[in-house]
Design a protein around this ligand. Structure first.
Ligand SMILES: C[S@@+](CC[C@H](N)C(=O)[O-])C[C@H]1O[C@@H](n2cnc3c(N)ncnc32)[C@H](O)[C@@H]1O
Length: 539
């Protein structure tokens, strides 16, 4: 790989692929590979950075506003937290296929040469048809291989990834795989090259080995499949993560990793309770997770309730009983709490919370989503069962911030950010340069800055509060942490640095020659005031 040689010159190769002890079958035999550190790494370093994943497929909603080559998402956030996207950028539809859009002639040309020229004409007659992203990804893989556009080494590594066909046959989903594979063959015009079974295997491989394509601020854009990235195994207590800098994915370390230690990322939200993590991994990736965290079972913070199940208010016991009677909660393994009657009630209450969460996540209209999120947050809060950092209570809060911002209710979004900053981020992401902690702090900083620019900070600032200094304090934090979370040369870290420079210049102009002293004296007090704002809202 040409990109490999530029890293760690003088050091041994940064990673290697070998048999992993975590992937074992029922007989205890190692049946899978993983990625291992080629030398020692500190936290906040990158292990691999590559030019782009082998194949990417944008989700249907993102096809209209995202460049299919460099993945620049052109819709700006109202609070400016996506400053890494060049200003004024727009995407234009490919005149041939009318499906993909590009932000420049250069991007269109790169995609064309990478393989689009072999599919563009064939996609034209089906331009109005919605094609699932996994089918589009499998189509691209087959087309590129048919035309000799995938390197032998990549193809060989890709084909080594497990298809999990036997699991699909066992869980009754194979018929669906075959159907999708038929579409993949037909739309890609590769029936002459690849057998039906081979295509079914490749489609299944995409389903079980793809990762989420994300922006540098972790908004999901689609899926990516890559032979190297696809070899990284999962842990609910990962020592690494994947971050994208435009089209360039990098594996970065969350914790120090010693030479020959296995590198793990998390395929799911590792802040979820034990049973939910297990069930999600089993359903989507067909394995029973035995990572160090799962070995501790439901004993960690993610599984703590505020009170014991038998202490639940009678009202909630009654509601739970009604739910158990009405809903089919028999197969409720993702919410498993325990065997007693009260624990089963607790599982039903939790089921309802996650059901509400999944429903609001599917809701496109922000006003409607806000109503659903508020119902969900109230459910968690008023039940008296949820610690503030237990899921999905914490995840509801992330969504209320996004939706309140998108309808222009910045004061509430801000107060929720303050609560999250004070109570949730340090608990859920104890590593200070955890990429989600950094990105959410950045979102808070930009929201604060926006409010600082509004007359009277839209009525939220109280005596003594200086919103621009609070924003500055948060930007300083992100500036230092983003070097570790995203890399000093990443577009994200550079856009944060640029914002920091602009804010520094403005504050100097406003405060005069003693600006530095004035700021360093005032910031600790502003931090205290910001922390107090974390208690403004009841929930
Ligand atoms: C993206 S692949 C990772 C590479 C894979 N080990 C291989 O050799 O092809 C995902 C698959 O790896 C296995 N796997 C990943 N993490 C695992 C874990 N923590 N425990 C058991 N199996 C795991 C599962 O079979 C899963 O479906």
């Amino acid at each position: 790989m040409e990109e490999e040689s530029k890293y760690h010159s003088g050091l041994s190769f940064p990673f290697y692929i070998a048999r992993s002890e975590i992937c074992v079958n029922a007989a205890g035999e190692c049946i899978g590979d993983g990625i291992f550190a080629g030398h020692d790494f500190d936290a906040g370093e990158h292990i691999i950075a590559m030019k782009r994943p082998l194949v990417v497929s944008l989700s249907t909603e993102r096809l209209v506003d995202t460049c299919a080559n460099c993945f620049a998402w052109t819709e700006g956030t109202s609070i400016g937290s996506r400053l890494y996207v060049p200003e004024g950028i727009k995407v234009q539809t490919c005149a041939g296929c009318k499906r993909f859009r590009y932000c420049s002639k250069q991007c269109q040309k790169e995609a064309w040469n990478r393989g689009h020229k072999h599919e563009c004409k064939n996609l034209r007659p089906i331009s109005n048809r919605e094609i699932p992203k996994a089918v589009l990804a499998a189509m691209e893989i087959l087309i590129r291989q048919k035309h000799g556009l995938i390197r032998d080494k990549d193809w060989e590594m890709l084909c080594r990834l497990d298809t999990h066909i036997d699991d699909f046959k066992r869980n009754g989903k194979y018929a669906e795989i075959e159907l999708m594979a038929m579409g993949t063959s037909q739309f890609s015009w590769t029936q002459d090259t690849f057998s039906k079974d081979f295509v079914a295997g490749m489609y299944a491989r995409v389903l079980t080995n793809s990762l989420t394509l994300i922006t540098p601020t972790f908004d999901p854009l689609g899926i990516m499949i890559d032979p190297t990235l696809g070899h990284i195994n999962h842990s609910c207590d990962p020592n690494a993560y994947i971050v994208l800098d435009g089209p360039e994915p990098a594996i970065r370390t969350l914790k120090p990793i010693n030479k020959d230690e296995e590198v793990y990322i998390s395929y799911i939200d590792p802040t979820n309770p034990y049973a939910r993590r297990q069930s999600e991994l089993k359903a989507r990736w067909s394995f029973t997770c035995k990572c160090t965290k799962c070995q501790k079972g439901a004993t960690l913070d993610e599984d703590k309730w505020l009170i014991r199940s038998e202490k639940m208010a009678q009202k909630y016991k009654d509601l739970a009983d009604a739910m158990i009677e009405l809903e089919d909660l028999g197969d409720n393994e993702a919410n498993y709490v325990g065997e007693s009657e009260d624990e089963k009630r607790l599982a039903a209450i939790q089921w309802k919370a996650f059901d509400m969460y999944e429903d609001e996540q599917q809701t496109v209209d922000p006003q409607e989503a806000i109503k659903k999120i508020e119902d969900g947050m109230r459910w968690c809060y008023q039940s008296g069962l949820w610690p503030i950092n237990r899921q999905p209570y914490a995840a509801f809060r992330d969504d209320i911030i996004v939706n309140m911002s998108s309808v222009g209710n910045y004061p509430i979004a801000f107060a929720q950010c303050a609560k999250r900053y004070k109570y949730i981020l340090p608990k859920l992401y104890p590593e200070i340069a955890h990429p989600l902690r950094v990105v959410q702090t950045w979102q808070t900083a930009m929201l604060t800055l926006y409010l600082a620019s509004e007359e009277g900070a839209m009525g939220i600032a109280q005596a003594g509060v200086d919103m621009s200094l609070i924003a500055y304090m948060l930007v300083i934090e992100v500036k230092f942490m983003s070097r570790l979370s995203h890399g000093a040369n990443s577009r994200f870290a550079k856009s944060v640095s640029k914002k920091f420079d602009e804010m520094t210049a403005e504050l100097h102009a406003k405060l005069g020659p003693n600006a530095e002293d004035l700021m360093s004296n005032a910031i600790p007090r502003q931090r205290e005031l910001f922390m107090e704002m974390g208690d403004w809202l009841q929930y």
